[in-house]
Design a protein around this ligand. Structure first.
Ligand code: ASP
Ligand code: MG
Length: 415
């Protein structure tokens, strides 16, 4: 019998009615002959509520999970509720099932509480129960540290739980969510966005890390590393109803129809910090970004330019919005070593990116991007590129306009 991992997000288990529908979808796979492990998120809104309960500490107020093991005890509880409810519902339907918490499997995680990574999964007990014909209902988002404490995997972490379990079981992973696949861009911004039949792991990874919220970035990394066949599909269908194929996330070689650009992503979660009048000598960047790295501030885009005044330079870089204030304080504190004249923050910016593996072999992708933005009068503040993506930082007010212009420029509405 083949094994299958199914994952359901918060909106798919938002109430008992929806949990019953999930149970029907699970049962359909059981009847089709699969041994099923189901990973569930907390009911939608629950984790936010639990996170809010832990507010009050300075770290939480700054938007960061306090690095505290008890934060994880609180926020992991939402998944425990849905796992129990789904197991009960399945039993009511005559399907043998039981719930599993992270520590019961166990899913061993490191102790970076609030954003832990999975170190190891022992699939023996779980696999044994599945072999015996029992559906395994697994609480997503949580693992257990080597010294026995609960650890959560970062927001959106149930995707990562599901892919990690699929890798451990040697099974494919179906991610059921409130959209029916991965789109060329956010359909709320561009109604002509198209669902992609297939997307490569690498493109999906860029899309996820550049702001598309369908899958947690880490889950895509894992799927790519362990070659887990991944599918994104809608949970808002009944078994037997044409479910659609969703989107298959796979190796680049398994995509027949080649595109140059596969999608346009955006993120409003950006802030730009500008430093003026930096001394232009070795060690300055190292002092700035060393101080930020030591404080765990993630820096994304960076540009440095020579200033008009002799021997000085200006530098601009971006960080997540929630880290902006902290980043400024850190850089200010290091001012005596760095020696800049002025610092400014702008958090009214957005990052818009185009992604596609075809960029590796085609020229002119950047040209089309800059041309399309110029035609709409969108000013570009910072540019960064990688092998398969180009990102620009623009005024946040132009986000929608830019996304639509780029979507059209690459013909994504005509896929
Ligand atoms: N419930 C957690 C969250 O909201 C994990 C997840 O849904 O993936 O972040
Ligand atoms: Mg999610």
């Amino acid at each position: 019998m083949s094994r299958l991992v199914m994952k359901f997000g918060g909106t798919s288990v938002a109430d008992l009615e929806r949990i019953r529908r999930v149970a029907r979808l699970v049962n359909a796979e059981v009847l089709a002959g699969h041994q099923v492990a189901v990973v569930v998120s907390a009911m939608s809104g629950k984790t936010n509520e639990l996170v809010a309960w832990t507010d009050g500490s300075g770290a939480a107020a700054a938007g960061l999970p306090p690095s505290d093991d008890e934060y994880d005890v609180v926020v992991a509880s939402g998944e425990q509720v849905t796992a129990g409810l789904l197991a009960m519902t399945l039993r009511n339907m005559g399907v043998s099932a039981r719930s599993w918490m992270g520590w019961q499997i166990p899913i061993i995680a490191d102790d970076a509480h609030g954003r832990a990574r999975i170190d190891d999964i022992s699939p023996e007990k779980l696999g044994g129960a599945m072999d015996a014909g029992e559906v395994a209902v697994i609480a997503g988002f949580q693992g257990v540290t080597r010294d026995g404490r609960i650890a959560t995997l970062g927001r959106g972490g149930s995707d990562t739980s599901a892919v990690a379990i699929a890798a451990a079981l040697g099974a494919p992973c179906d991610i059921y969510t409130d959209v029916d696949g991965v789109y060329t861009t956010d359909p709320r911004i561009e109604s002509k966005a198209r669902k992609l039949a297939r997307i490569s792991y690498e493109e999906m990874l860029e899309m996820a890390s550049l702001g598309a919220k369908v899958l947690q970035t880490r889950s895509v990394e894992l799927a790519m590393a362990y070659k887990v066949p991944l599918r994104v599909l809608s949970s808002f269908v009944e078994p037997g109803e044409a479910p659609g194929q969703g989107t298959i996330v796979c190796d680049e070689e398994d995509i027949v129809e080649k595109r140059i650009v596969s999608g346009v992503a955006y993120s409003r979660d950006e802030a730009k910090i500008s430093l003026f009048g930096l001394p232009d000598h070795p060690g300055v960047s190292s002092a700035i970004f060393g101080a930020l790295a030591d404080a765990n501030v993630n820096v994304d885009m960076i540009v440095q330019s020579k200033a008009r005044t002799a021997d000085t330079a200006n530098m601009e870089f971006t960080v997540g919005k929630r880290d902006a204030q902290r980043a400024v304080e850190i850089v200010r504190a290091a001012q005596p070593q760095i020696g800049f004249l002025d610092i400014a923050v702008n958090d009214d910016v957005a990052k818009v990116s185009v992604i596609g593996v075809g960029m590796r072999s085609h020229t002119g992708v950047a040209k089309s991007m800059f041309q399309a933005l110029a035609e709409k009068g969108v000013n570009i503040q910072v540019i960064s590129t990688s092998e398969i993506k180009i990102s620009v930082l623009i005024d946040a007010a132009y986000t929608e306009l830019a996304v639509r212009a780029l979507h059209a420029a690459y013909g994504l509405d005509q896929l």
